[in-house]
Design a binder for this molecule. Structure first.
Ligand SMILES: NC(=O)C1=CN([C@@H]2O[C@H](COP(=O)(O)OP(=O)(O)OC[C@H]3O[C@@H](n4cnc5c(N)ncnc54)[C@H](O)[C@@H]3O)[C@@H](O)[C@H]2O)C=CC1
Ligand SMILES: CC(=O)[C@H](N)C(=O)O
Length: 354
């Protein structure tokens, strides 16, 4: 079968590999749609980051090369011995998290913090292939009314579900989202569906600001050419005394500062961006304003189920996030390379049956 294999930085290869044979305790899926995530792109440009290259991953035993891709959906074609509750032909979205089930965090239901945390498509072969093997706890049935393409979008949507849940967003809360890439836009979709009040998006790319408006932002702010203080002032001017909740979806020092300093006293700043730098912000304002800073990473099975429910109930429409669909064999050139050249023109590029 065809697969896109990560060998190293800037080295993704379309290869003919052996189709995986079904194993006890696994389900074999014919992949129907798989999206390029910012994390995949980062592995391509700057990796290895999560992909194991020296030591095998403790739960999968796998080292590179790996078939990349963790945002995927498909059809069950074979069921391994011991697996119950699935039938050939089931349509599923894949929850890519792999966890040990035994560590301090897993025992307390915090699988996304598992000490051996892994991801199908990074820590073992994933979805940019014709077929993939997944564990039963990773396969979630999707109804006929949810397309495979929408199913592939459940994964990033669930990152948004977790962030909104961690914010304990209340109906009518004013929200500021900093960064309108796939993650910021997924937060926007979930915040809107959860009853947010005014939604403000800060984003330098014109195309992405337009996309944010199309899917529900009330106000967009272009931070280009403005100081951090000016951006904070603009947000505060659009809200009563600052936003109730902010979501940082970039990962820069200045955007973190905006996230913390643009919320009102008692407000919450949720950080999603994976920072490559240290950050500085008004810590005194944090204390005397009793603000909260909350980290949000990945998603849980609960977040994933809620993501499916939002899509299936049509409370959230993820389709506007799909900006291009290409064949699996084209995904390196028309997906990864295209995102490097024209990232701001795109949100989600999928390899899908077209
Ligand atoms: N916490 C989590 O579970 C996850 C976090 N991430 C992280 O979330 C962040 C966002 O991911 P993506 O949306 O995929 O990335 P992206 O790079 O596509 O989007 C980031 C957006 O921020 C915008 N931006 C740049 N400078 C800005 C500024 N000064 N003010 C406002 N916006 C600015 C960019 O134009 C871009 O549209 C990344 O750091 C990524 O690593 C990704 C997946 C899961
Ligand atoms: C697998 C995840 O939790 C996340 N979507 C990521 O890209 O890191």
């Amino acid at each position: 079968m065809l697969a896109i294999r990560w060998y190293g930085k800037r080295d993704l290869r379309l290869e003919e590999v052996r189709e995986p044979s079904i194993k006890p305790g696994f389900i074999k899926i014919k992949v129907k749609a798989c999206g390029v995530c910012g994390t995949d792109l980062n592995e391509y440009l700057n990796g290895p980051i999560f992909i194991p290259t020296k030591e095998p991953h403790p739960l999968t035993g796998k080292t590179a090369p790996v078939t990349i891709g963790h945002e995927f959906a498909g059809e069950v074609v074979e069921i391994g011995a011991g697996v119950k509750g699935f039938e050939v032909g089931d349509r599923v979205a894949v929850f890519p998290v792999i966890h040990c089930g035994e560590c301090y965090f897993c025992k307390r239901g915090m699988e996304n913090l598992c000490v051996n945390f892994g991801v199908t498509g990074l820590s073992e072969d994933g979805g940019f292939a014709e077929y993939a093997l997944v564990r039963p706890y990773q396969a979630y049935k999707i109804p006929e009314s949810v397309s495979f393409e929408e199913g592939a979008l459940v994964e990033p949507l669930s990152v948004g579900v977790r962030a909104v849940k961690k914010a304990q967003l209340m109906p009518g809360d004013s929200v500021v989202i900093i960064g309108a890439g796939p993650i910021g836009l997924c937060v926007l979709l979930v915040a809107k569906a959860s009853g947010a009040g005014k939604i403000i998006v800060v984003e330098p790319s014109k195309a992405r600001r337009k996309k944010a408006e199309e899917i529900g932002a009330d106000i967009t702010i272009n931070p280009s050419g403005k100081s951090v203080e000016e951006v904070i002032e603009e947000i505060r001017g659009e809200t009563e005394l600052g936003a109730d909740v902010s979501f940082e979806c970039v990962g820069l020092n200045e955007t973190f500062k905006v996230a913390v300093e643009s919320i009102r006293k008692g407000g919450k700043a949720v950080a999603l961006g994976v920072f490559k730098c240290l950050t500085s912000f008004d810590a005194k304002g944090l204390v005397v304003g009793e603000k909260s800073i909350i980290g949000s990473v990945s998603h849980s099975a609960d977040d994933f189920c809620r993501g499916i429910s939002l899509v299936a109930s049509k409370r959230v429409d993820v389709r506007p996030l799909i900006t291009s669909k290409v064949k699996l064999e084209e995904i390196v050139e028309k997906g990864f390379e295209e995102l490097i050249k024209n990232r701001d023109k795109h949100v989600k590029i999928l390899a899908a049956e077209i």
